[in-house]
Design a protein around this ligand. Sequence first.
Ligand SMILES: [Ca+2]
Ligand SMILES: [Ca+2]
Length: 332
Amino acid sequence: MPPSIPRLALPLIALAACACSGGPGSRDAGTDGTDDAAEVCQPGSGETLDLLGWWGTRAWVQVEMVTSPEGIVRMCPDPHPGIALLTLVINLHTQSGDRIDYEFVVCEIGMPTVTASLAPCSEEEFLNVNLELGPHLMAYIPSQEFHGHAEIGGTQPCSAYTSDTLDITYGYDPSVVASDEPLPGWDVECGGSTPEACVNDWGSVIDEDGDGHPGVSLQVTTDPVDTIQGQAYTTWRTNPHMHGQVWSSTLIQGDLSPTMEYDVVGSGADLQGIPMDEATVKRNIPRFLIPTTGSTYKMVRVDGEHGSQDLDADGNSIVTCEELMEHLEVLE
Ligand SMILES: [Ca+2]
Ligand SMILES: [Ca+2]
């Protein structure tokens, strides 16, 4: 960091990126999903589709982070592209005509490493900012069950598959804040300093990951210099609307029209013990955009039926996130 840059800026970078990461994830750039989506379904087998059962699912969500006009943080490049990875276990449990009801759990949300700098972007000053779910949140999400249903276009391979699911939310009560209303978040124009005064719908914010802080916590680390120790306390909402085709009784894939957003309800970030002010942090968080195209998903049957791999290691007729995560290669 150049000496002219205030040290205070460092945590802002981290939190900004954390915003970036608010959705971005990406350990592998998701080339698998992209490649598969580029293929064309061939209804070769002529089988009558049977889709009920357990499916491992991965979504590659294209995300972009852009620098806030008021921010001192600059994504490099700006906008900064990335891929967020969602890994799910879905149980397609009931079929009635062309409708299939399902339950699912989110196993993992992976966010991309972001390169950031202070304006202007300087290749010598890049700081890698790594955002991930805090340890409590990481342990918590596989315990949350969500519901949805899918419409199937037919009984033969290459039939359309369109799923509709409720919002996946963390850190607030979705029965209080409707899906078309803003997430609970800190009002940067607030004259006060407490969340009671400054967070809209504060009453709906819950410590859902049980770490003693409001909302759910995202953890930020930086390299090559481990300067920042911080968490952003957030509310989170995503909804992976899936459109695609049933390739067979063991493979469904296609495009994703995801929504993914977050807001800050508190700051747990500090630099050498100096806590950051929430409004200042939020003003410096880059905006988080999701292109309407380019995201893909793949569902792979994992219960041993129809020749699929059987990941139900303990034989209890339930495939858990733990069992899926042991064999993520099936989703690649
Ligand atoms: Ca919490
Ligand atoms: Ca099992």
